[in-house]
Design a protein around this ligand. Sequence first.
Ligand SMILES: Cc1cc2nc3c(=O)[nH]c(=O)nc-3n(C[C@H](O)[C@H](O)[C@H](O)COP(=O)(O)O)c2cc1C
Length: 155
Amino acid sequence: MAPINIIYTSIEGNTRAFIKRLSAYAEQQHTFNEVNPLINAKEISDQTVPEAEQAPFFAFVPTYLTGGNGIDSGFTEIMTNSLGEYIASNGNAKYCIGVVGSGNKNFNEQYCLTARKYSRLFHAPFLADYELRGTSRDAEHIYDVLRDQWSKVDA
Ligand SMILES: Cc1cc2nc3c(=O)[nH]c(=O)nc-3n(C[C@H](O)[C@H](O)[C@H](O)COP(=O)(O)O)c2cc1C
């Protein structure tokens, strides 16, 4: 299978660290059996030049919200906007085949809300979530989920 494409953003490094862990796990699985795909990840920041994606990808989305309480009053996405704008531009949204959210459960009802928003906005399934830098178990679980979804588009 072709490498799994991931597009992500990371403000404080947690998502970057998780992608690194996921990539290392993918490499290990690929060594066991080359049918298991590697990971091809691209980080988006405010400095990223917009581009038209040419192939399906998964979006990894940390959560940064301000204002509101997430239940009965509004809240606003901050910090991660460049990722959403990148996906929304150049027809990229049609290639977004799934969203993985991350956040911190201390935020209660606001946990992973940006990923849930992107899932609705870009008509892509919400596939999984993990907290902060994630665990080895998260990486294994999320790799399995992505590989199953990827096998459907990479058939
Ligand atoms: C200012 C700020 C606001 C945050 N708001 C939320 C939130 O609303 N919901 C949530 O689940 N996590 C929230 N988090 C936690 C982050 O999503 C979490 O730390 C994540 O792992 C950050 O990823 P990054 O290091 O790749 O940027 C917030 C963190 C900060 C610093």
